[in-house]
Write a protein that binds this ligand. Structure first.
Ligand code: GDP
Ligand code: CA
Length: 330
């Protein structure tokens, strides 16, 4: 299993992939990893193209992440965004650190000169050397919005607002009735994405948000079918432990689409590939061991192992479990 592809959101996908690379370096140095990254959280802000999940993955794998926050750069300052705020512009609730701004400026500069997002990402990665090939899910903009179920500040119930505004400004506390990916119908997978899925030995769904990270990636036209049809083993890792999202507010996303916040429910939501779904195997946390028989009955091989990514070694141990269950899945 030397060709491995990970479909990642931000922090969960990034931390898992860092552990995977660590494990592979020690056990299988010939392996090559491609990460297909969610771009549904992308947006224009202050004239710049912001790609939160691509940057989280790039900084985490490249050694430039703020470990406490899980996003952005360490030793940041906010002098530029304070100046933007003094003009009454920008989003006061969305932090753009000075060092991070440099990434957005370079990306925007490249894209204004005609580069695709894939090309701009490849360029940025020349500096960060993430140790894996990073591909945006699509070069076309696909921006996740939420439809508000209640009034909030200047917004009315029924309005569509950008996912990041709901997530960061409102901490997902305002009820929403649906997720809408603007641009999705016109989007195609970025160059290399379909090949990375159909040509892999193993495709991994890391512990990323099932709705607005993995859900958005597999909704790109053609991408979900590639995953359902690949000869690769497809193994997922639950982002839900003991009925709760480990970090963040994924429960608010799951409840909006009518899925219970449990490792079992998310596994069943993805479904078995033997039955038109996405998974061959699904790892749940030790504390969710009781879910294993129901998952097996639904055609999803399952095992209960520790799933807390506390540091690189614990993340690498989860990656080792993914390779083990993949090898056992015929
Ligand atoms: P985002 O784009 O930054 O929100 O990141 P992702 O979509 O990649 O991942 C977010 C999800 O990761 C959260 O919803 C959590 O459920 C999950 N997560 C975060 N830390 C851990 C962890 O240590 N273990 C597991 N199993 N899941 C985690
Ligand atoms: Ca994200």
């Amino acid at each position: 299993m030397n060709k491995i592809t990970v479909l990642a959101g931000g922090i969960g996908g990034a931390r898992f992939t860092r552990g995977l690379l660590h494990h592979l370096a020690a056990t299988r140095p010939e392996a090559a990893v491609t990460v297909v990254v969610n771009t549904g959280d992308d947006m224009w802000l202050d004239g710049l193209r912001i790609c939160p999940d691509l940057d989280t993955v790039m900084y985490t794998l490249g050694g430039g992440i703020n470990e406490e926050q899980g996003w952005g750069r360490p030793e940041e300052s906010r002098r530029a965004s304070a100046e933007i705020a003094a003009y009454g512009r920008g989003w006061s609730w969305f932090t753009l650190g000075d060092l991070d701004l440099a990434t957005h400026i370079v990306r925007t500069d490249l894209m204004r000169s005609g580069s695709t997002l894939s090309e701009a990402t490849e360029f940025l990665c020349r500096r960060w050397q993430p140790g894996a090939r990073l591909l945006p899910m699509s070069d076309q903009p696909v921006e996740t919005h939420v439809r508000l179920g209640a009034d909030a500040d200047e917004h009315r119930a029924g309005d569509l607002i950008h996912f990041e505004e709901w997530w960061v400004r409102y901490r997902a506390h305002v009820a929403v009735t649906e997720f809408v990916q603007l641009g999705l119908a016109a989007a195609v997978p970025a160059p290399g994405v379909i090949e990375a899925i159909t040509g892999a030995d193993l495709v991994i769904l890391p512990p990323s948000n099932p709705v607005v990270s993995i859900g958005t990636i597999v909704a790109v036209p053609g991408l979900g079918d590639a995953l359902r049809g690949t000869a690769a083993r497809v193994v997922g890792v639950s982002p839900i432990i003991a009925g709760a999202a480990v970090r963040g507010m994924a429960d608010a996303c799951l409840s909006t689409i009518g899925v219970k916040t449990s490792a079992e429910a998310v596994g069943l939501h993805y479904g078995s590939r033997s039955n038109g779904g996405l998974l061959d195997a699904w790892l749940v946390d030790d504390t969710d061991a009781a879910a294993v028989p129901a998952l097996a009955a639904a055609g999803i091989r399952s095992a209960a192992v520790p799933l807390w990514m506390r540091d690189v070694p614990t993340s690498a141990a989860i990656a080792a479990e993914v390779l083990t269950i993949a090898a056992a899945t015929g």
